[in-house]
Design a protein around this ligand. Structure first.
Ligand code: GDD
Length: 348
């Protein structure tokens, strides 16, 4: 039986990847930051059987003696290093913590592999944020990087750490350059989940508008459940390499908002400009969207759109869920959650 460690297992991707690897018969270990509640995050939505099969390790990615011991004792077949400070907006406020966790944590894992378990394969969650002020559209593995946030800069250092350890020591280390991938397991601060949850509440009678930032930013949004399969495929190749995972299409935050409200039967009409723009329910005039400058970033990425041809060709990977289906799924789940907050969403 193969043994895998997933760091950051309590987040969105950890949920889908744990489910996927358990389904493939892996012994799954999870790594998550200790807190007083030992909170399982998204793992509470796994089935009790799935949860009982995951061996948790509570620690900090900056605690290198702990990581050394973990890697030395378990000699994992595969490590999926997803743990990160992953919210781009917060990285402007907490740049040092973002650098420490996202660079230092990655270094600790590759170094532990080099010292104690050289046959362990590792996947690193790199990101389309590294393209930043992108020099070409669409972006692929050859597009130059120009990160626009402390998060993007830190992830780029992680990306080069992976490449450097791979080239220097012949280790099986891969970078997955994943474009935005979403689901009902997304943290509530990310824009798709925030919009889906807000639209569901308004459809149920809330008068609280959703306060958004830049409506024009365009992102290549796929379904997280599809992307974790790509992570696994990257570790099944004869030789390690770096791959883009993306849908090849992008939509603006405004288009995402219109579709989410459309799903609950509300048509939005837009009025005003810039920070004074509002979105109203065309049927009754209720304000459902306002602009909050606090959600603008000091430097924004206007447009990301990926070209995943290499992953399609070499890994046989593909996205299966369209943007419309993804938005509909997320909104439907939020509507159901309002009716039954205890509901378990276990379908991958
Ligand atoms: N979060 C948020 N909240 N974003 C908003 C809002 C808002 O109220 N209003 C507009 N946006 C815009 C952001 O400025 C950004 O352009 C876009 O919506 C998407 O923001 P997020 O959902 O926060 O995601 P992200 O693109 O910054 O980062 C995500 O994707 C990356 C992959 O490209 C994260 O998952 C990263 O960890 C990941 O690497």
């Amino acid at each position: 039986m193969k043994k895998a460690l997933i760091t950051g297992i309590t987040g969105q991707d950890g949920y889908f990847l744990a489910k996927f690897l358990l389904g493939k018969g892996y012994e799954v270990h999870g790594f998550a930051r200790r807190n007083s509640q030992m909170a399982l995050g998204t793992l509470v939505f796994l089935t009790p059987d799935e949860r009982s099969r995951i061996k948790m390790h509570w620690g900090d990615v900056l605690d290198h003696p702990f990581i050394d011991s973990l890697v030395r004792m378990n000699r994992y077949d595969e490590i999926y290093h997803l743990a990160a400070q992953s919210f781009v907006g917060l990285s402007f406020e907490n740049p040092k913590a973002t650098y420490d966790i996202n660079i230092g944590g990655t270094l600790n894992f590759v170094n532990a592999i080099k010292e104690y378990s050289q046959r362990t394969k590792m996947y690193f969650a790199a990101t389309s944020e590294m393209y930043g002020k992108a020099e070409a559209v669409p972006q692929d593995e050859r597009t130059p990087f120009h990160p626009r946030s402390p998060y993007g800069v830190a992830k780029l250092a992680g990306f080069w750490t992976i490449k450097n350890y791979r080239e220097s020591y012949g280790l099986y280390l891969t970078n997955g350059i994943l474009f935005n991938h979403e689901s009902e397991m997304r943290g509530p601060e990310f824009v798709t989940r925030k919009i889906a949850a807000g639209a569901a509440k308004i459809a149920r009678g809330s008068s609280e508008p959703i306060r958004l930032g830049n409506l024009e930013a365009r992102r290549d949004w796929g379904f997280a459940g599809d992307y974790v399969e790509g992570m696994w495929l990257m570790l099944q190749r004869p030789m390690p390499d770096d791959y883009v995972l993306a849908t090849g299409e992008n939509y603006s935050v405004r288009e995402c908002t219109e579709r989410a409200f459309g799903r609950v039967g509300i048509t939005i009409v837009w009025e005003g400009r810039g920070a004074d723009e509002i979105g109203k329910n065309a049927a009754n005039g209720q304000t459902v969207i306002t602009i909050d400058p606090a959600h603008f970033r000091p430097a924004e990425i206007d447009e990301l759109r990926g070209d995943a041809s290499k992953a399609k060709r070499e890994l046989g990977w593909t996205t299966r869920m369209s943007f419309d289906t993804l938005v509909a799924r997320m909104v439907d789940v939020e509507v159901a959650r309002l009716k039954r907050p205890d509901l378990q969403f276990t379908q991958a």
